[in-house]
Design a protein around this ligand. Structure first.
Ligand code: DC
Length: 228
C-alpha cells in the first residue's frame, strides 16, 4: 500500500483535528496539528511580552523566530501533545488568549514561512495527516488527498458552546457565534495564505453528518487513493 499525504483544511471549529487524528490512528500515519504550532508561537510571544491585546512586537518576534522549537510527542494514551522548547504546553496553548494571539501572529509572513518550512520537513517521508488552513494550498500542494471541511457557522458555534459548557465554562451562544464569524473573516481575508479551498480538494460539509458517516466518507476516499 503506497503512503500518501492527507491535507485537511477548513474553518475553525469544524472538527478538523478530530477527523485528522482519527484517520491517523486508523492508518498508523503521523498526525500534525498545525494550528498547535501557531498557538505555540503565540504562547512564546505572550510569555516574552511581545504580544498582547493591543501590541505585537514584530521585530522581536522576527529576531527570535529561530529560537522557537516545536515538537509533537505521543503520550501514554496514544495522544499527540505539543512541546515548546522541550516543555509540554498542550493545555496552555488551548486558552482563548493564546488562540487570539495565534490568529494575529499567523498573519505575519516570516512566521508562516518558518512554520511551513518545518511542516514540509515533517512530510518528507509521507504517511502523514496534517490539518490547518493552508495545507492543501501552500504546505503540500501535491498532497494526494485534500479535504476541505466545512459546516454552517451556527452549527459550529453550537458545537463549540456545548463543548465549553461540558468543560464547566459559562457560555453565551451569541458571543461564541460572533467569535466564529470573526475568525472566519480573518482566516479568509488575511493577505498571507488566506484560507481557501484548493481546486483539487474534496469538500465535506458535516453540518448534518453523524461522526460515523463522516468517518466512512473519509475511509472510502483514503482507500481509493492508497489502493490504486
Ligand atoms: O486551528 P486552530 O484554531 O488551532 O488555529 C489557531 C490559529 O492559527 C487560527 O487563528 C488560524 C491559524 N492557523 C493558520 O493560519 N494556518 C494553519 N495552517 C493553522 C492555523
Amino acid at each position: 500500500m503506497n503512503k500518501i499525504i492527507v491535507a485537511i483544511d477548513g474553518f475553525s471549529s469544524c472538527g478538523k483535528s478530530t477527523m485528522a487524528r482519527e484517520l491517523a490512528q486508523q492508518t498508523g500515519y503521523i498526525y500534525v496539528d498545525t494550528g498547535a504550532m501557531y498557538r505555540a508561537v503565540s504562547l512564546y510571544c505572550i510569555q516574552n511580552g511581545w504580544l498582547n491585546d493591543s501590541e505585537m512586537n514584530e521585530s522581536e518576534i522576527l529576531a527570535n523566530i529561530s529560537a522557537i522549537k516545536i515538537d509533537f510527542k505521543t503520550n501514554n494514551l496514544g495522544v499527540s501533545e505539543t512541546y515548546l522548547n522541550g516543555k509540554n504546553v498542550e493545555s496552555e496553548i488551548r486558552t482563548l488568549e493564546v488562540a487570539n494571539g495565534a490568529s494575529r501572529i499567523s498573519t505575519l509572513g516570516f512566521v508562516r514561512r518558518e512554520l511551513v518550512r518545518q511542516q514540509q520537513l515533517m512530510g518528507l517521508e509521507k504517511g502523514i495527516v496534517m490539518d490547518g488552513r493552508d495545507i492543501g494550498t501552500v504546505v503540500f500542494p501535491n498532497a494526494e488527498l485534500k479535504i476541505f471541511l466545512t459546516a454552517l457557522p451556527e452549527i459550529r458555534a453550537k458545537r463549540r458552546a456545548d463543548e465549553m459548557t461540558r468543560k464547566g465554562e459559562l457560555v453565551n451562544y451569541e458571543e461564541v457565534l460572533a467569535n466564529v464569524i470573526e475568525r472566519d473573516e480573518r482566516d479568509q481575508n488575511r493577505a498571507e495564505s488566506p484560507l481557501r479551498k484548493a481546486d483539487d480538494a474534496i469538500t465535506i460539509d458535516n453540518s448534518n453528518l453523524l461522526p460515523a458517516e463522516q468517518t466512512e466518507i473519509l475511509r472510502t476516499l483514503f482507500a481509493e487513493k492508497t489502493f490504486s
